[in-house]
Design a protein around this ligand. Structure first.
Ligand SMILES: Nc1ncnc2c1ncn2[C@@H]1O[C@H](COP(=O)(O)OP(=O)(O)OP(=O)(O)O)[C@@H](O)[C@H]1O
Ligand SMILES: [Mg+2]
Length: 291
């Protein structure tokens, strides 16, 4: 039995309430590609945690294991103390998830899309209409709620997806590149929506982004993931200071510099990877549908 297998079988505690997500030794492979390779990660309850890293680092794969969409073949994952493999529905009910790929149906109105999520996530029937309206208002789409989603701009689609994720009042909101392809104003408005809901509910946020300025501004802590595992972890300021000291820079580095420092060496290899076409085409698809 491997160490990670033994961890899976021996951990049965209800979890520390201060920990929203815990991953220990998480691994996931697609055929020969080890997408997640011994991921150790803790997201504290109430924080905004940014999972950063180059294309193909394994962020989406890790997130899909955390959100029950992929199994956990090796290692341990807990969401508020629950094992997603054994308590799939409990975990799903605690989660709001905005995937990297499109999750709204263009042939439905904004309100219908959000209602669908409310039904799927068991929002009580009597509360449903009010909760849907509340989620739509939280993302500032009330005026457009009864238009087909295919008539929305990219920023509106992303906000609609946010409303879909928020309608079940999740304890943990998981966002996979929520602002990809959006203009700076639309990006800010997505983050303002998240901030407002957080302030009102204390919800925990786990987010991936390639925009280092956003990570710097909005994340309490960030982790740099590269080739399937975490290479650096801390507050954006801690990481900037640490890299500035290591490189003996006169000026404090930006989070972009921190990203390059920890991930730069692997970018050449990442683009040789068999996943390259899929990564690029997926990103383009996402960007074009929202752009
Ligand atoms: N369904 C799949 N089938 C085969 N390989 C996959 C699949 N999904 C992901 N991979 C591979 O797993 C690795 C990690 O991919 P993942 O999508 O988790 O990366 P990521 O960090 O989210 O990247 P990005 O920033 O581009 O979204 C890549 O090499 C990718 O090609
Ligand atoms: Mg991804």
């Amino acid at each position: 039995m491997t160490q990670s297998e033994s961890t899976t079988t021996t951990t049965a505690d209800p979890g520390d309430p201060s920990e929203a997500v815990v991953c220990t030794g998480l691994e996931y492979s697609f055929g020969q590609t080890k997408a997640v390779d011994g991921l150790d990660l803790t997201v504290r309850t109430g924080e905004v945690f940014g999972l950063l890293g180059p294309n193909g680092a394994g962020k989406t794969t890790a997130i899909r294991s955390i959100t029950t969409l992929l199994p956990v073949p090796s290692g341990m994952v807990r969401v508020f103390g629950h094992d997603p493999a054994k308590r799939q529905m409990q975990v799903r009910r605690m989660l709001g998830y905005v995937p990297q790929q499109l999750s709204a149906d263009g042939g439905l109105t904004g309100r219908e899309n959000v209602s669908l999520f409310a039904r799927v996530f068991d929002v009580p029937r009597r509360e449903r209409a009010a909760r849907v309206a509340q989620a739509i208002a939280a993302v500032d789409l009330t005026d457009a709620a009864d238009r087909l989603a295919k008539t929305y701009s990219g920023g509106m689609v992303r906000r609609l997806e946010l409303a879909q994720a928020l309608v079940s009042a999740p304890r943990l909101l998981v966002l996979d590149e929520p602002t990809i392809g959006l203009d700076p104003i639309a990006r800010t408005s997505v983050w303002e929506c998240i901030d407002e809901v957080r302030a009102a509910t204390g919800m925990t946020v786990l987010v991936t982004t390639h925009y280092m300025d956003e990570a710097d501004q909005y994340c309490d802590r960030v982790a740099l993931m590269h080739r399937g595992r975490i290479r650096a972890l801390g507050t954006p300021e801690q990481l900037r200071t640490e890299v500035g000291e290591q490189l003996e820079l006169a000026e404090p580095p930006t989070l972009d510099d921190v990203f390059r420092h920890f991930a730069g060496s692997g970018l050449a290899n990442a683009t040789e990877n068999e996943g390259e076409f899929k990564d690029v085409s997926r990103t383009r698809r996402t960007a074009s549908r929202v752009g």
